[in-house]
Design a protein around this ligand. Sequence first.
Ligand code: ZN
Ligand code: ZN
Ligand code: FE
Length: 762
Amino acid sequence: MTLSHTEQTRRKRFRVRGIVQGVGFRPFVFRLAADEGLSGWVLNDSLGVLTEVEGSSGSIESFERRLRDDAPPLARVQGVEGEDILPTGETGFVIRASDRGDSRTTLISPDVATCADCLREIFDPNDRRYRYPFTNCTNCGPRFTIIQDIPYDRPKTTMAPFRMCGKCQHEYDDPRDRRFHAQPNACAQCGPRLRLVDSGGRTLHTDDPIHRAAHFLHEGKIVAVKGLGGFHLACDATSDDAVKRLRLRKGREEKPFAVMAPSIARIEEFAQVRPEDRSLLESPERPIVLLLKKDPSPVASAVAPHSRYFGVMLPYTPLHHLLLAEGFEALVMTSGNLSDEPITSDNDESTTRLKDVADYFLLHDREIYMRSDDSVVRADARGLKQMRRSRGYVPVPVPLEEGPVILAVGPELRNTIALSRGPFVFLSQHVGDLKNAETHEFFLKTVEHMKKILDVEPEAVAHDMHPDYLSTRFALSLGSLRHVPVQHHHAHIASCMLEHGLEGKVIGVALDGTGFGLDGKTWGGEFLVADRVEFRRAGQFEYLPLPGGDRAVSEPWRTAFAALLASHPDDWRTLDIEFLRRHDGRDLETLARMVERRLNCPLSSGAGRVFDAVSALLGVSERATYEGQPAIELEAITAGNVEDAYPYEAAARDGRWVVHFAGTYRGIVDDLRAGRDASTISARFHNSIVEVVVDLVTRIWRETGLGRVCLSGGVFQNRYLCDRVAPRLEALGLEVYEQSAVPANDGGIALGQAAVARARME
Ligand code: ZN
Ligand code: ZN
Ligand code: FE
């Protein structure tokens, strides 16, 4: 028996949740319905996308499957719920006007790299967007950085001053067009324009500013290029002279510069690109990916001195594509700022602040509303590791259980903030070092902006326990809110727990440089038994006096000397090692007296300080011109084929394990005296840290029976350690969780603060 046509007709309503607005979802549904011969409608509302379709069972099933599987590239579908309803006999399919009522649950898309279709157009001489540097569509282009307010509509973006021409408007209105409701839609007739300006502020008259800028770059000049989330300072990466000049002018001594190369093939000439690197490089987020250098390399060594890696990205705007196509192997594309200042994003600001750095400015007249630095990631055997989560990833949220709105103000260095809304926490773009006045202002603007675009007012504010962090002071100034202080290393572990959706108790290993401890001392080599509410310090690295306090952080030889005093209290003067010859005897005697009398010698259990000490003892890095430099350069020289380690001691004290490194330092000194090479010593030292972590976790595991381990803190950006610690722990039968989508460094702290505050408020 066959069913009649009318009996076969069904109608179904689908609710689609996630990032489904401003990403071409409705036209996608429109085309899908047309494809499947279904009638009905689709609209955006406060919960996402709502659609009803009517037709045959088979078509509806296929529609439902494709709704999940074939969603547009920028959409992040978090759920599709279907419900059978009565057929209405409707014919045709329409996109209904949006319900603009409540915007509290819509998610904003991050900025997205130029898509393949737009790329084809800008290199097609017959296309009307040929060489147009602001080409974009529903699948690509600026989002987060141009949004001033919600709902996401052109008048509330920095595209508002540009009135679409007839052709662009037609694309915008046509549901069959790739540019249907693409808010930043533009062309050369109606959209933003480029302008090339010299360092004196004079406009250079040219029909092709990109070509002209490229000409200057080929000459070795430095050009400030206005991009998506801010300015870059660009120069020819193959020119040692140009790169050194940029370092000098920018006041950046040794911290590696990122480079942009036109294609994977070009990158392969100077760096190793594994399949996992390639997929990160080509992802729509287009982050800077850390790649192992090739040697020899056409890229100047001044780009990333003393590092094993180049930070590399592919072009992500049409402007970048057009510029890189002008015959460059690679361009340095470093944040357009002076050291420690936030990235510049405004034309006047950049031409003023960067006038002594850049020779020329490639400007455009589309305002960057929210600055956002390039993100930095790397791939290792265990997946993605986020180092700086910013452009391309922000504001994609992390899921959290429903609860009150919490503002988490983050740490002081590498600051990001977080704001919760409904079942999500939104981690902001990279803000930076709050001690810099401009960065502090940027921090305040970011807090206000996140509140505005998420349309929430926080009920509580979570902050670090450090009383002097500028973020803490800001939090305390918000008098009417409930305050939730969160210990720094607890926040690191909670960040890891939240990222992996872990509840209950875990063993947390938080290794980093600095964090305010419950005892008022500086912590950073911490083994916690923690849940999201509270923690117990189950183990720690021994306290080491830091002669000169903060000065010891920028001059790690001071910490090295304190380590030497700990390992050789009586005979350090007679040791036959280079380190003692490199330093003035009187300076060392002064330091010895300071340590002896505990004068200006704050105590720190920071794991980062142990790396500092070893790096300086080996003569790898005696000065830190940027955060983490001694440890990064120590990792860079580490031999890969050394198995043994130095001794250490773990002793129980006050109910916790304390790790003493005197034996480690003695082993290092013995190896130095025996003339052992630094790369072997570094490997043995790194192996010792691996042993310490495995040993302490095992002890705590035996005591508590807890089988889950969370690893966090900036030290876990060290690839040598990451490659070894987690596999060793897993081999013992433990479940190991590392930070991946959220940085293990302080860039992930705000997320942990939010997680702890939520848990405490329940
Ligand atoms: Zn596109
Ligand atoms: Zn136009
Ligand atoms: Fe930290």
